[in-house]
Design a protein around this ligand. Sequence first.
Ligand code: ZN
Length: 135
Amino acid sequence: MGFEKFGRFGYVSQTKINPLLSYLEKGQIAATKCKKCGRTYFPPRADCLDDRHSGIEWVVLDGKSNLVTFTKVFFAPPAFQPETPYLLGLAELSNGLRVFAPISASVDEKQLKPGTELNLKVAKGARDNLFYWLE
Ligand SMILES: [Zn+2]
């Protein structure tokens, strides 16, 4: 397989993932679900890791989750460095999917323990950028 094909494939993947932003704008968090095997992905994927199937559908997540574990981040990629230190959580959603997401600064670190109920929600950054976090 040549790189030209890889590049084209990457482009297709990008355009298929763009709907995530439309959902975020509506205050919803959406995952992709493989139409063939039903595996759900968040962050969304344009194709399935299990069977390489690229038929996907979008499903809106209710955001209800339980904390599995969390860690404090002191060093982050440049875009997130001003927010450090912040908490990064691994949470299990009601559909069994596990997601990594930052934890809202409004959450008291002392109250966090495995099993703590958190909601995966849409948040707006300082430059009106949309992202998601646990709160
Ligand atoms: Zn699949």
